[in-house]
Design a protein around this ligand. Structure first.
Ligand code: HPA
Length: 269
């Protein structure tokens, strides 16, 4: 399957974004900050996969923020929906083909580290791919990227410094940590959480890692953020109510929206 990128370019018209932002669940409204918006439904793009997760709307929103053209993806593709790692790679590569140079990924995650409480944001500095899948398996096209890509700076150091600087100026506590990907869809068992902690993971979630691997492979600089919605299974004796969890997720989403907005408005970031 390949995505018709000429069609995306035609639909974008004069907008030629170099930065794309993938908005995880509950973060869709960040796209509202763009002006002169062009909205493209995934369903209208030939070859583009369909999302099935509630709260993921399945749209690209392109527009201007100050003088910068930005593309938002509202809705992403998870293994637990039945999407293949190759589909996830093709979505990232389609972004590369339309000219994207920087990719900012966002997700919701469970915390494994008591320093990252529900309601806070963790900037991902590294990952553990525990999905047992890889989007780069199969014949390698050297025109896209190398057979054995280096992952030692997967979450781009310079981008992370920019975000740290902006977070500091906004008084946002922005810790950095290691994100571990599981396929889901079930949440982890307490024993799994204890094992992931021993491995040095700080947060666990069901996305992002395969997108990062695909992006690094094709030469897109990547940054990623986790909205911490809960502690991992077994880490606290009491259970938060659903509405408490939603409120914390909302708080963290607002903080992340603010950080992204200032970053996107900053010409030099
Ligand atoms: N585990 C996996 N994915 C998640 C979690 C979790 O605890 N919270 C939000 N996404």
């Amino acid at each position: 399957m390949s995505i018709n990128t000429n069609q995306i370019k035609d639909l974008l018209g004069k907008i030629s974004p170099k930065t794309a932002v993938v908005l995880g669940s509950g973060l869709g409204e960040v796209a509202d900050i763009a002006e002169e918006k062009v909205v493209i439904n995934y369903a209208d793009i030939e070859g583009f996969p369909h999302t099935s997760v509630a709260g993921h709307s399945g749209q690209m929103v392109a527009g201007k923020i100050k003088n910068r053209d930005v593309l938002f993806l509202k809705g992403r593709f998870h293994l637990y929906e039945g999407h293949t790692p190759q589909t996830i790679a093709e979505v990232v590569r389609s972004l590369k083909r339309i000219g994207i140079e920087k990719l900012i990924l966002t997700n919701a995650a469970g915390s494994l580290n008591r320093d990252f409480a529900p309601g806070e944001i963790m900037m991902i500095k590294d990952h553990i791919n525990f999905s047992a899948q890889n989007p780069l398996i199969g014949a390698n096209d050297e025109n896209i990227g190398p057979r054995f890509p280096d992952m030692s700076n997967a979450y781009d150091y310079d981008l992370r410094q920019s975000f740290k600087r902006i977070a500091e100026s906004l008084n946002i506590r922005l810790g950095e940590g290691v994100y571990l990907m599981v396929t889901g869809p079930n949440f982890e068992t307490p024993a799994e959480i204890r094992m992931f902690q021993k491995w040095g993971a700080d947060a666990v979630g069901m996305s992002t890692v395969l997108e990062t691997i695909s992006a690094v492979h094709c030469g897109i600089k990547t940054a990623a953020f986790s909205v911490i919605t809960n502690f991992g299974a077994g880490m606290q004796d009491f259970k938060l109510t659903h509405s408490e969890t939603l409120n914390l997720a909302k708080k963290a989403s607002q903080t992340l929206s603010c950080l992204l907005k200032v970053y996107l408005e900053d010409e030099n970031a």
